[in-house]
Write a protein that binds this ligand. Sequence first.
Ligand code: HEC
Length: 118
Amino acid sequence: MAFQRSSFSRFLVLTIVGASFSIFVTACNSKPGASSKTDAGHSLSGEELYIENCAVCHGEDGKLGASGAKDLTESTLSDNEVLQRINEGKNGMPPMKSALETKENVSAVAEYIKGMRK
Ligand code: HEC
């Protein structure tokens, strides 16, 4: 995605980072007894996990391509490669294993992004 949209992308990234942060803060505040991130993250759907952890680079529709991210709707990776990419990252993609916290969350996000393919 080398179009002339880098400043627009940067704007989007900042907006999305800000929005995700407020969602995270709200989620924590709404559960006074919740002490760990796991409590807050545990019941989230694949879509919610994606919006929180991935949309900043990949965009809500998978096509944003910020920081050199690949268009997820065009991805041809196998199931195992998708899991590996999420867990370990590659180039500009950071490993997301610890952010997602559990294997169940990784699988839920993997299923969600595979649903974006054409
Ligand atoms: C900091 C930005 C960033 C974040 C956050 C991010 N990614 Fe990525 N992602 C990338 C980049 C950059 C690539 C391209 C890596 C490469 O060079 O192959 C990529 C590639 C991928 C690919 C491989 C696509 C293909 O066909 O090669 C998948 C799958 C993927 N990301 C899923 C996710 C998921 C799921 C999340 C959230 C849990 C996520 N990414 C979060 C930047 C990001």
